[in-house]
Ligand binder design. Sequence first.
Ligand code: 0GY
Length: 294
Amino acid sequence: MTGRIVSWHASPSKPRYRPPAGAIDAHCHVFGPQAQFPFSAKAKYLPEDAGADMLFALRDHLGFDRNVIVQASCHGTDNAATLHAIARSQGRARGVAVVDPAISEAELHALHAGGIRGIRFNFLKRLVDDAPKDKFLDVAARLPAGWHVVIYFEADILEELRGFMDAIRVPLVIDHMGRPDVAQGPGGPDMAAFRALLNSRDDIWFKATCPDRLDPARNGKGGDPWNAFADAVAPLVADYPDRVLWGTDWPHPNMQDAIPDDGHLVDMIPRIAPTADLQHRMLVANPMALYWTD
Ligand code: 0GY
């Protein structure tokens, strides 16, 4: 791979929407800095550095208080960059790790001490070489108390993953709602399948994230204001208000051809969560319950 990628907006706008006090960006990443935290030899993309200080400057610019940093695939199972960012946050960040399923109990507890509260299983073939379900189930059964599993998959494999997800006995958090085709509308087959998953147990949470990935019409260019995303996602937030999280997805891995303006992403919040009560649950109460109970 040659040429490191920039996938984030250089000067995101100031959002018109002001998040409530204590608001948490519950899906973001850090990249490097590479000199200190090299990328994985198996990385499928090679980004420019986007480290903790950049993330925290964006947090303040957008009016947020805290971050949940999700280990990005470009760092493989070495969580040092994520742990470093959490350590620099003065208690204002927690994280989700990606681990070798053979990880020891002692290493899991060291991650807990470093602010990790979950692990992520990534099923996107363009991001990871393999996703061994049997090994994932083994490690999911050995997590420290209070942890959860974050799963990233696309809508076309939801049914195939149902048995696997059923077998995980800790709470699940689904990245980007399992990437439904929002153009199908709120009652389309992808949203119906996702609702069936949510209805199958009461400890599955989801991130109402990524209009830029799911509804690529706008992406910082003005024009179509992500209407399909708002139409499909607002009913889901209304129906599952205690199970929804929100995040920027900064630095937007792999979005270099359609980089979203983070201010515009924040301005989507009142369109999917129109009341102060919904906003407080999605941005404060729900992520606090998952990430800051101890
Ligand atoms: C996201 C989405 C993507 C990338 C990763 O770990 C990653 O590299 O999650 C993607 O390319 O869809 O949520 O960050």
